[in-house]
Design a protein around this ligand. Sequence first.
Ligand code: ASP
Length: 295
Amino acid sequence: MVKRMAVVVHGGAGAPSTDADGCVRAAHAAIAAMRRGDALDGAVAAVVAMEDDGRFNAGAGSVLGLDGVTVEMDAAIMDTRGRLGAVTCLRRTRNPVLVARAVANTPHWLLAGEGAERFAREAGFAEHAVGNSRAQAAHRRLIAKLRAKLPALPGIDTQFFERQVRDHQAKPEGGDTVGAVTRDAEGHFAVAGSTGGIAPALLGRVGDTPIIGSGFYAGPHGAVAATGVGEQIVRHLLAHTVYGWIAEGMPLHRALTRAIDFFPEEVDVGLIAVSRTEAGSKSNRDMPTDHLEHD
Ligand code: ASP
């Protein structure tokens, strides 16, 4: 039986809702891709559009590491045709979500760091300098803020990293990560997500975005993606927890609200989900989103 296609896109918990036009464009890209392909094509097309947008913390707009130079990105894809792929701490690559999709064609599900980058080059993804002017400006603001807290510490040395990261992570912020969930005309589901992580963070830090069951999950009852502070999201295996409630028959919005209620007010968190009959989003912050359904 032919189903109604659906897509929900988010631009990150805590991101300005003025960026929602980027989500609208991404959602239309997903529907167009699903007309030609399937749910995974749709979710990936949406995320590529947002990685290329430049305003989101993914692909071109990924946040800079504390050194002001290094950018490490995470991405993942999963669908109900059995495809699962992810990358973490991937550098110098324009569209990490496309590399995650390529990983799904290997015997592995997750590649990290140097191995992920070598794989990306082998798979035909050219070296690309990420960290645009918007990311550089955000980095300068962050460094100014951190220095103001500890004016006695010179420069960005190891002590600066450790003390500032520890201090700042009393209240870390998620930001502008992107994700999409889709249902195609055959009733298959898919999820895709991509992020530059949070700032400040130590080199090698991994959040929830590339971790199955935490940042993303897709199964026969639907697909779920999370955004927000990865260190908190992983503790609840958030995407799989929500998926489990939907699979048990809980109305989608009740499942999303119940999950957001896990988190104290100061932790940024957001979710998008699609099921056989519903689709929606929920966050405890502003979160740019778009939701489209089409026959
Ligand atoms: N969840 C992402 C991370 O922790 C950040 C975000 O969603 O804004 O890496």
